[in-house]
Design a protein around this ligand. Sequence first.
Ligand SMILES: [Zn+2]
Length: 80
Amino acid sequence: MAFLREAGVDLGDIDAGVFTTGVALANWHERHTCCPRCGSETTVAEGGWVRACEVDGSEHHPAPSLPSSWRSPMMKIGCC
Ligand SMILES: [Zn+2]
């Protein structure tokens, strides 16, 4: 994150937005490798904007982070 803050100072508005989106997507993929429905591993789809589960056919999209107090107990169960 320190790198993003350092690099963002020298970027224009559009480049900073693209860079921030790329970092956010990369972090999301790194942390969401399993299907929240069945626990199977997911694969990258739709050019990186979706993770797909081949077991149950579900698709998962990045979403803004919720405060931990808003998450249900089911969301805290580990997978894979
Ligand atoms: Zn699944």
